[in-house]
Design a protein around this ligand. Sequence first.
Ligand code: T5A
Length: 209
Amino acid sequence: MGFFLTVEGCEGAGKTTAMESIRQWLIAKGIAFEQTREPGGTLLAEQIRELLLAKHQESVADTTELLLMFAARSQNFHEKIKPALAQDKVVLSDRFTDATYAYQGGGRGVDCSRIEILEQLVQGDCRPDLTLLMDLEPELGLARARGRGGELDRIEQEDIDFFKRVRAAYLARAEQFPERYRVVDASQSIESVRVRIETILAEYLESCL
Ligand code: T5A
């Protein structure tokens, strides 16, 4: 029984931590899955990710950023996601096109109709079946991300208002697509978040039977 599961949220909201909980849960249930992330997921798409997150001596135009996101997505989709779904596997992805609506649409102010055109071009009618939105105040998320140490990438260096718009765009999409979105309060402890995620997954699986 294949389905497409995505994890979304602002910086430091706990997606990587959630991905690990989901991975362990799928393994314990004996469910075959393919794991990926965006931007990235294949050798070529990971190279595009490096371009996207690196700091450059010139400013990156919004359209350039948008097209690079979808160039990476096209590669990941055709090389990894589509074949795995065709084999009836679960695809578990750390971010997907909802991130483009949130970051390029909400954050940068790119018109959603442009995103929709590229979404259709790259994925056709394929959309995630279930999306976990790790929701957290951006201030807290950024503090968590900074707490991990290391240098901030190009997008992480945006100001707080950018991330507030990203969060608002995610929450608006969760309202728009309640059938597939599940909002997780990511301000809770790691253990509480894990339990909530496992409950959502168990309910989803039950609904598929
Ligand atoms: N992007 C991406 C776009 O602009 N458009 C797009 O279309 C796409 C696909 C990708 C960047 O690209 C942008 C968005 C991003 O800026 P990324 O690596 O996917 O980057 O995303 P990041 O948000 O940068 O990932 P992070 O690794 O920073 O954050 P996570 O994965 O959300 O957080 P995580 O799990 O690493 O946790 C951060 C810290 O908090 C702790 C963890 O232990 C860790 O130290 N933590 C908690 N602490 C307390 N309580 C909890 N519940 C906690 N959960 C985690």
